[in-house]
Design a protein around this ligand. Sequence first.
Ligand code: HEC
Length: 117
Amino acid sequence: MKLRFSLKYTVSVLAASASCAIAGQAFAADAAPVGNVQNARDKVSMCIGCHGIEGYKATFPELYHVPMIAGQNAKYIETALNEYKKGARSHPTMDAIAGSLSDQDIADLAAYYSNLK
Ligand code: HEC
């Protein structure tokens, strides 16, 4: 009798925490990540070889036209990275790089580059 009671209790606690986790996830998916400039500082090492940090410096002018992203609108950078990530836009290197970025990475990088002058 006692065993049955505690089993039932455990099940309802599990069910409650499971529905909490689902609700939490839905919330996280809805809320767009907020970019953090400080957190982007250790991520830009992936970008600076091509998109120069201090203004615009094309590392391979003979091979690529590398667009200037410093000072661009954050929304613009975010959209471009998401397009590479999802395949709506295509460029071999940018596809690979954007594909490895999380939504939070993209938001951080967009915040960082939009704040560069
Ligand atoms: C190997 C060189 C290279 C690296 C590394 C690189 N990019 Fe790019 N990036 C390019 C080139 C070339 C383009 C233009 C591609 C095209 O024409 O679609 C581009 C395009 C972009 C665009 C679109 C700009 C526009 O005006 O449309 C954004 C945003 C961008 N890169 C951000 C980044 C970020 C952030 C990183 C680091 C996480 C990064 N890139 C790393 C070469 C690079």
